[in-house]
Each structure stands twice: as structure tokens, then as C-alpha cells.
Write a protein that binds this ligand. Structure first.
Ligand code: SF4
Length: 372
């Protein structure tokens, strides 16, 4: 049973070609693969089941998806795959919706999308659906999934709820730490994290198209994020980097002369952020945070939000693996003392964290003791 009605008759070959071209561009793959992608998409219409679970979340990732004016996301989700269960979007409710979930899990072979963090404290009682702890629902759904896609910062790393008392974790990670709570049901299944707060729908579309075409996932980094989207450092690619290097920082929001200057002193976490927002853009390719005069909060990172708070403030300590808490003001004072060039911040951060090299992630993921 499809909870959402599909509209395959509305899709033409031209639609598939357009979707294939856009997806290949998103993934940075050759357009020579387009015929193969088109064929895979045509053959997948209504056949690839997807279960979308929501836990400790604000529904922002779903909002981001459905508010996309770009037809790509809705075309893939509503017309290409078979979205069997989505608590916010499905028309069914109560027992009917739970039956759809149970039936799809029993059939197996679906993509499992997880939105929201998973609270483990108090045996999961901080988030229950239909009287069941969310962690148990995730466990059941993960067991028969073909691949698992945690979307947004919460499902990837714990996100904002991780700063609370519920032991909110992502599917694989508790912040930067790899936990093993779901290892027994994950096995060798691919897990693709798509953090940022909220999800950028194009990244999910590209992952789904890649999966439908090649039955594999794109290359991932140490935090299971596709390198095609998360292999870039914001600070390295920022259009305001010239101002950083020249020492021109926004200090007064009301001063027109400072328009477009570097936002570091207003709390920008761009030097710690790895994503392609600067070229992918948001709001249907209108802009992104820094272009809209808002500091980057590094929501793509496992440290978000707890280690980077309070956001929009320059003075903060950041907890770094193997180093402990580092006062960034002291780091910047050191940089100012040893180099006039803004590139020095990358060098200092790289030495402190071991996470950056030439703008690329090189971090080692710490592993927690296996949980019972
Ligand atoms: Fe851009 Fe932020 Fe780096 Fe300034 S600190 S150059 S605004 S990423």
C-alpha cells in the first residue's frame, strides 16, 4: 500500500533526463552516465520503498524538503520512489499508518530515512510514538533496511537536542563520538549522514538517485557524510575570505561601510565548517547564511550545537578531541602575533584539531566503548 499517491503519468522522459542531469551535477559525476541514470529512474518508479521516521525533531528537515520550489525533491520523493511511511506527510493515521510501517518493514529492502535525534536516556522514554520508545522503532526499522540515511544534524550527530538531558544521539554518532547502540541491526548496511540544520533537500535527492542507479552510496568521509557535499571548508571558499585576510571584520551591523566584511568577530564558525552551501546555496538557490549577512554556525559539524554555543558570539571555547577546551580568542591573538595573513587560522586550527588539511577533513573518529 502506498500511503502517498504517486503520479507516474505526469512524468515524461524529459523529466527523467532533467532529473538525471541535475543529480549527476550535484554528485560531481560525468554527464556520460546520464543514460544509465535515466534508465534506473524509469525502472524505479514506485518500486523503491522508503520509510521516513521522525524522532526528537522540529520537523525542519521535512519543511525544508516540501518547501523546496525546485521540482527535483518532490519529483523524486513523490513520483519516483514509493514513500510508504512519513508521519507528517502521509494521509493515513493511527492504526492504518502503523500497519503500513509494519508491512513495509516485513517486506524489507527499503531506504530508511531518519529525521531527529534518538534519546537513549531513561530507556528512551523522552520520545515515544504510539507508546513505543523511538529508539526501539528505529531499531526495528533498521533491521530490514537496505540503507539508512539520517538527515539533518539531529539524526546525524544529536544536534540541538544533544545539549539537553535526554542523551540524544544520532544514528551512528553522539557528537564526534561513534557509539554502537544500533550496530547489531546495522550490520554492513550503508549509513549516509546528511547533516545541516535543516537538511538540504538536493543532497538527499542526489543520494537517492545515486542509490537507485548504482545500488551503492557515494564516497563518504569519517563522519559518513558524502564527500561530494561535505568535502569543502567554508572558510577556504568564502566570498568574504579576502576581507578576513585583510583584517576587515564586521563589528557594527549598522555601519554600511562594513557591508560584506568578514563575520568572524560576529561568531562565524566558517573555519570549522565543511559543506558546499557556498556554491549549492539555499532557498531555491537564492543565497546562504553568510550571503544573507549571518555568520555560519557550522551546523554540518558533529560539534553543533553544544560545542559551538552560544552561537553568534565571538568569545567561545571549543572542545577539541585530544586537546580539551581551547579559548579561540587566545588562538586568534596568537595568530595576530605570528602572522598578518588570515590563512594562519587554518594552520592553527589544523594543528589543534588534526581535523583539517588544505581545507579537507582528515579527522580520526573516536570510538566509544561498546554499549550493552
Ligand atoms: Fe567567511 Fe566566516 Fe571565514 Fe569570515 S570567518 S571568511 S565570514 S567563513
Amino acid at each position: 500500500m502506498h500511503v502517498l499517491s504517486l503520479r507516474p503519468p505526469e512524468l515524461t522522459r524529459r523529466d527523467f533526463v532533467k532529473l538525471a542531469s541535475a543529480s549527476l551535477a550535484l554528485l560531481g559525476l560525468s554527464q556520460t552516465l546520464r543514460p544509465r541514470v535515466v534508465k534506473a529512474l524509469e525502472e524505479s518508479v514506485g518500486k523503491t520503498p522508503v520509510i521516513w521516521l521522525e524522532g526528537q525533531d522540529c520537523c525542519g528537515c521535512t519543511e525544508s524538503l516540501v518547501n523546496s520550489l525546485e521540482p527535483l525533491a518532490t519529483t523524486v520523493l513523490l513520483d519516483t520512489i514509493s514513500l510508504r511511511y512519513h508521519e507528517t506527510l502521509m494521509a493515513a493515521s493511527g492504526h492504518q499508518s502503523e500497519e503500513a510501517l509494519t508491512k513495509t518493514i516485513a517486506e524489507g529492502g527499503y531506504l530508511l530515512v531518519i529525521e531527529g535525534s534518538i534519546p537513549l536516556a531513561e530507556d528512551g522514554l523522552f520520545c515515544t510514538v504510539g507508546g513505543r520508545p523511538f529508539k526501539d522503532i528505529v531499531r526495528d526499522a533498521a533491521r530490514n533496511a537496505a540503507a539508512i540515511v539520517p538527515v539533518g544534524s539531529c539524526a546525524s550527530f544529536g544536534g540541538i537536542p544533544r545539549s539537553g538531558p535526554t542523551d540524544a544521539v544520532g544514528y551512528l554518532f553522539r557528537g564526534t563520538q561513534r557509539h554502537h547502540y544500533f550496530d547489531d541491526v546495522t550490520g554492513n548496511k550503508p549509513v549516509i549522514n546528511l547533516p545541516t540544520c535543516p537538511l538540504h533537500s538536493e543532497r538527499l535527492v542526489a543520494v537517492i538517485v545515486h542509490y537507485l542507479t548504482f545500488s551503492t552510496v557515494p564516497p563518504l568521509d569519517h563522519f559518513n557524510r558524502p564527500l561530494a557535499f561535505y568535502g569543502y571548508n567554508q572558510h577556504e571558499n568564502c566570498e568574504r575570505r579576502g576581507h578576513f585576510d585583510a583584517g576587515r571584520f564586521v563589528t557594527d551591523w549598522g555601519d554600511p561601510a562594513q557591508q560584506g566584511w568578514c563575520l568572524y568577530l560576529k561568531g562565524c564558525r566558517g573555519p570549522w565548517s565543511s559543506q558546499d552551501c557556498w556554491k549549492r546555496l539555499w532557498n531555491n538557490r537564492t543565497n546562504y547564511c553568510i550571503q544573507a549577512n549571518t555568520p555560519c554556525v557550522a551546523c554540518s559539524e558533529p560539534e553543533f550545537y553544544e560545542s559551538f554555543s552560544p552561537i553568534y558570539e565571538r568569545q567561545f571555547d571549543v572542545k577539541l578531541p585530544g586537546v580539551g577546551r581551547v579559548n579561540i580568542d587566545k588562538v586568534m591573538a596568537t595568530i595576530a602575533g605570528v602572522a598578518a595573513g588570515g590563512a594562519a587560522i587554518d594552520i592553527v586550527v589544523s594543528r589543534l584539531t588534526g581535523r583539517w588539511k588544505n581545507g579537507n577533513k582528515v579527522e580520526e573518529v573516536k570510538t566509544e566503548e561498546k554499549e550493552g
